[in-house]
Design a protein. Structure first.
Ligand code: CO8
Length: 259
């Protein structure tokens, strides 16, 4: 079924897919339907052999201004429990291919959390990041207190979560939340440039490297090192390892096939 709130380009560039959130009137507020469509689109692209990297964007004014407040406002705790909206987030966390968030304008609440669920963030100078849930009587619920704190440290995370203040792209970059800041007319181009750089590498190595970096957040150092080593060994079962090392020795560019 064609999604209502997403624009999807399966090959925006060779091996790079692009999903744009498309609920502009509501600043891409993340309602349940949008999140379900996003989960389904990401799963399909994750299984698509032609796709190696996925860029996720909003539009110039907003990446996403958070969960849909209108949809949540009247809900009871039991409604929230039964709706289980975080199952879509859990599914997105399992996507194996690299996700690059291209952020312009507002990335607030669930929008900031969605950007942080991606593996890298490229932002335009106009981007604003924030967890303003505290101002509407709640708190972050999709990873804001955890991923933000891991990314920027306790001091700034506490301030953002407890006061709801926004930070600029430049502040986010200095705090280590995002990878780079570029002029607004270049933010998508820069995200695609980064995606293309990764898309020419071995997709197997890239997926296992992503999985291993993410493991650093969920394990002790020893467990993480063990996990890394297993993936390192496993890559020697791939044709891409043979090709990559042979190409180096023959002083030519490798051709990776993902096998
Ligand atoms: N939900 C629903 N509608 C929204 C949202 C939102 N989060 N944000 C903006 N809109 C709507 C507005 O209601 C408005 O609609 P209408 O024209 O029909 O009145 C339209 O988008 C444009 O918004 P504004 O007129 O307010 O635009 P401004 O440029 O004046 O202000 C702001 C932009 C500052 C972004 C402002 O809209 C704002 O503060 N938005 C709310 C930000 C916020 O509080 N986000 C956190 C929401 S809670 C949350 O994210 C919990 C996450 C955990 C669960 C995640 C599950 C998905």
């Amino acid at each position: 079924m064609t999604p209502e709130f997403l624009i999807i380009h399966q090959q925006a560039q060779p091996h790079v897919a692009h999903i744009a959130l498309n609920r502009p009137k509501e600043l891409n507020a993340l309602n349940l339907q949008l999140m379900t469509e996003l989960r389904d689109a990401l799963r399909a692209l994750d299984e698509d052999e032609q796709v190696r990297v996925i860029v996720l964007s909003g539009n110039e004014k907003a990446f996403a201004a958070g969960a849909d407040i209108r949809q949540m406002a009247g809900r009871t705790a039991m409604d929230m429990y039964n709706v289980d909206q975080f199952s879509t987030w859990d599914a997105i966390k399992k996507i194996k291919k690299p996700l690059i968030a291209a952020v312009s304008g507002f990335a607030l609440g669930g929008g900031c959390e969605l950007a942080m669920l991606c593996d890298m963030i490229v932002a335009s100078e106009t981007a604003k990041f924030g967890q303003p849930e505290i101002k509407i009587g709640v708190m972050p619920g999709a990873g804001g207190t955890q991923r933000l704190t891991r990314a920027v440290g306790k001091a700034l995370a506490m301030e953002m979560v407890l006061t709801g203040k926004f930070i600029t792209a430049d502040e986010a970059w200095k705090a280590g939340l995002i990878n780079r800041v570029v002029p607004v007319e270049l933010y998508l181009e820069e995200a695609f440039r980064l995606a293309a750089e990764i898309a020419q590498l071995s997709p197997l190595a890239v997926k296992m490297a992503k999985e291993s970096v993410l493991r650093a957040f969920d394990s002790t150092l020893d467990e993480g090192l063990h996990f890394e080593r297993k993936n390192f060994y496993l890559l020697f079962a791939s044709e891409d390892q043979k090709e990559g090392m042979q190409a180096f020795l023959e002083k030519r560019a490798p051709v990776f096939t993902g096998k």
